[in-house]
Design a protein around this ligand. Sequence first.
Ligand code: PGA
Length: 249
Amino acid sequence: MRTKFIAGNWKMNTNKASAIELAKGVVKGTPSSGVDVGIAPPFVYLDAVNQAIAGSNVLLGAQDCCAEKNGAFTGACSLEMLKDLGVKFCLTGHSERRHFFMEPSDLVAKKAAAVYASGLMLIHCVGEKIEERDAGKTFAVVQAQLGELNPAATQDAQRLVIAYEPVWAIGTGRNATDAQAQEVHAFIRDFLGKRWNKNFADQVRIQYGGSMKPENAKGLLTQSDVDGGLIGGASLKTDSFLAIVNAAK
Ligand code: PGA
């Protein structure tokens, strides 16, 4: 049985006070068992949010990282620094990093390897653009992005999470249908089974992301290969985020 995992990606939102308030609200409404819950605030509020969630079962996450250990990398943040602030999971390959910040696939792969080597949980994001879907390239794009992970170096299935986030659904209000999500999630699990093995693939959690909200969460989360959600907009309000958490439970 895969425990559902709901993670909030706050992106570049909140300020220090609202981040602390949101984090405390999430702690208050998170069930003690039955679902894993995480929140990924902006880097600069990680410390404050870590203090706000201290002693709870809410996991602290980072939205990005630098693959280098330390040194002359202006503006960057290493995994050791993130761990120092209580971070338990880190995203890689989010479409906004790939497309707005033009992170190439080899850099995404390097970051994913670094997160995994650091001992943190990795949420590796994959997903096609609308023109790629329309051209029938969804599976090819997703497969190439999954290829950024090295099976030989990524052996603990509990520390690997894949987030399927169709780019056309992120922040648009237009989510994938239950069937569209399930189709790609099943493809992802099948591919993981071939690259690792079936036992490994059966344990990996595959989150859906892209305009997940209280109204559509139940339909998406009851698909057999949808093991949680990576939530953007709806994670910025305690009520809507917790409604999704409760739908997952
Ligand atoms: P959204 O973002 O829920 O606002 O669509 C999801 C994400 O980008 O992780």
